[in-house]
Each structure stands twice: as structure tokens, then as C-alpha cells.
Ligand binder design. Sequence first.
Ligand SMILES: [Zn+2]
Length: 163
Amino acid sequence: MRKTYAAVLALLAPALLCLSETPAAAAGPRTVWIDYKADKAWPVRSAVAFVDRFTGSQLRFGACRPKYPCVQIREKRKLANPSWAAVTYVGNNPTRIELSATRRGMSYSLRYDTLVHELGHAFGVHSHNKSCSSIMYYSLTCPNGRNSTLAFSSAEKAMLKRH
Ligand SMILES: [Zn+2]
């Protein structure tokens, strides 16, 4: 009799653990709110849609709210360094992306590239790529004068998938 009881407990314990995990699993990928205020020259929505294809999260537009990770995007008249087109501050919630208002007049593709690059930082790529074949190159333009490539490397894709 005793033996049977012990066996039942052993089966129940893993079942209970599984149950406690069910709500999180059913909720699907975590939601990250994208809270933005920027001139419409910045194609925030399409850049977010581009990056979201690679993230492990579901990105939604709306104000930051308690208990949710959030990326706050703001256009500023002056960034900490005037040579920056944009900057991302990671490590706190919300993650903050600042866009330089003085760069609003750049071409559409450069504004788009800027947003994709900063969103890459916001979603786990915390370094720059030495190669201009990635959008995570430190500059918007390559040494050959062309724009940096609108693509993530496979290592960067792996980082984005975890965020
Ligand atoms: Zn960067």
C-alpha cells in the first residue's frame, strides 16, 4: 500500500509543475510596448515591423505600462553627442531610443536604417558589427560610400530571437 502511494505522488509532482507553467506558455511570446513620439518623417512603424520579424517578442504600439518591457522612442533636438544620428540606452526599462531632430532631413532609407539599427540595439544586439554587410555597422555609410546593408548577420539574428 505504502509503495503505491509513493508512486502516485511521484507522478503528481511533475504534473503539478507542468500545470504551473501552462499560463505562461499559453500567453505566447512576451509583449513589448513601443511608445513613440517622433516626427512622421521617421518611419517608426515599418522599421518596427521589420525588426519584429526577428525578435522573440511581440511588439505592440502604445504607451509604456507597468510590468511590461517597453521601448520608448523620442525625437530630441540635441543628443549627447552631436555626431550621432540616434542613440539607444539599454539596461533600464524602458529602453530609450533618441532620434536626432537635426537628422530628420536625411533620405528615407537612412532614416529607416537608423531606426532598424537602434531597434537592433534595443532588442539585444549590444555591439557593432565590423562588417558593413550588417545594419549593425557603426556608421550609416560604408567606407565605399554606400549605405550600410539593411540586414542582420546570423549571429545578430540569434541575439534578436532571445529578446
Ligand atoms: Zn549603434
